[in-house]
Write a protein that binds this ligand. Structure first.
Ligand code: CP3
Length: 342
């Protein structure tokens, strides 16, 4: 397993070709996923071990990617903590009781993160099935970073600029730090469950961190994201969107083995910003997945060439696979990355 290209790249080695996987590779771009999901709600699917394992395996079989990413969602540990959340199709996570006041923060933080571990048996079982099935192909476990989780939990649902969560940091810093500290412990527990069950790397998704200033990131976010990842015994990837200004801080003082970069920042520029001792992941522009193959393949080759400036490079998109993506295009990108004739 230590020789798997993904793990070598995370350790700073340069395999002959960059390993490749896609954020949201499991999901709506695959007809076999849409078929399996008929009649099952998203969060019910996440807690059905056989179903979650099968959905996780689908893109590995179809595309030949170098890693599986466990099929779940960033709000699953909050659901396991007993918080009332659903995922509305086409919208995203929606919370029945948004966490906005000190009393709300008291209510949520009274839940022991150990309860999440106790309720995680279906998650552990699913990761175990996937790890056994895949053998030498690594499974990536994941969790939401405290800020991205708070962006949903404080607002009550998806929002554009996450004003309520960012507001709480300044209106009531004490409540903010209690909430973010609790979210960090919950995410840490969720990651550890997946590692114990066989995940050989993890990714912390701070998808919405790009809306933060550097000062806010340092004062209100970084210590909590650090808590989420600290003590996890497998390589760690830390990802955000629109985070060019935060890339050095997203290394979390060396805790992150890899930093994920979106499509806005060329990888050679990102490498110059973060330095020579961290692996970069990214950053094919998802918008180009609909471009003619000569245009898309030239872009993928450019991403791989620029990735050469980093310590090591894991090829991925700059954000998740859009649901309407033609999956044969993803298979072709994998073949190109693997040096096959395409
Ligand atoms: O990457 C993978 O293949 C693994 C599975 C995965 C899902 N969600 C499955 C999912 C991962 C890693 C996530 C993380 C996640 N969830 C993030 C961070 C990553 C990112 O994209 O920035 C965020 C912000 C969420 C919250 C969330 N969950 C959103 C915004 C949505 C989309 C709502 C919609 O319908 O457009 C979800 C639902 C969700 N999570 C789906 C999947 C496959 C779609 C639900 C469905 O198929 O019905």
């Amino acid at each position: 397993m230590a020789t798997a290209p993904l793990l070598r790249a995370l350790h700073g080695d340069r395999p002959e070709r960059p390993p490749v996987w896609f954020m949201r590779q499991a999901g709506r771009s695959l007809p076999e996923y849409r078929e399996l999901r008929v009649g099952t709600r998203m969060l019910d699917a996440c807690l059905d071990p056989e179903l979650a394992a099968e959905i996780t395996l689908q893109p590995v079989r179809r595309h030949g990617v170098d890693a599986a990413v466990f099929f779940s969602d960033i709000v699953v540990p909050l659901l396991l903590a007993g918080i009332d959340v659903e995922i509305q199709p086409g919208r995203g996570p929606v919370f029945a009781d948004p966490v906005r006041t000190t009393a709300d923060v008291d209510r949520v933080t009274a839940i022991d993160p150990a309860d999440v571990v106790a309720a995680s048996a279906p998650v552990a079982e699913a990761v175990g099935i996937v790890a056994r099935e895949l053998g030498d192909v690594p499974v990536i476990g994941f969790a939401g970073a405290p800020f991205t989780l708070a962006a949903y939990l404080v607002e009550g649902g998806p929002s554009k600029e996450h004003l309520r969560a960012r507001g709480m940091m300044h209106a009531d810093p004490e409540a903010w730090h209690r909430l973010a500290g609790w979210l960090a412990r919950v995410s840490h527990a969720f990651l550890q469950v997946q590692v114990d069950a066989g995940a050989s790397a993890v990714q912390l998704f701070d998808s919405w961190a790009g809306s933060l200033s550097v000062a806010d990131y340092r004062a209100h976010i970084a210590p909590h994201s650090h808590t989420a990842l600290d003590g996890i015994t497998v390589p760690r990837i830390h990802f955000g969107v629109g985070t060019a200004h935060l890339l050095p801080d997203m290394r979390l003082g060396g805790l992150a083995d890899a930093v994920g970069v979106d499509w806005r920042t060329p990888l050679d520029e990102a490498a110059a910003i973060v330095g020579p001792d961290v692996t970069l992941q990214g950053n094919i522009d998802p918008a180009l997945l609909t471009a003619p193959w000569p245009v898309l393949s030239a872009h993928v080759r450019d991403v791989i060439a620029r990735g050469g400036a980093a310590r090591a490079h894991i090829l991925n998109l700059g954000h998740g696979v859009p649901p309407e993506t033609d999956p044969t295009v993803l298979t072709r990108i994998v073949a190109l990355a693997h040096g096959e004739d395409v």
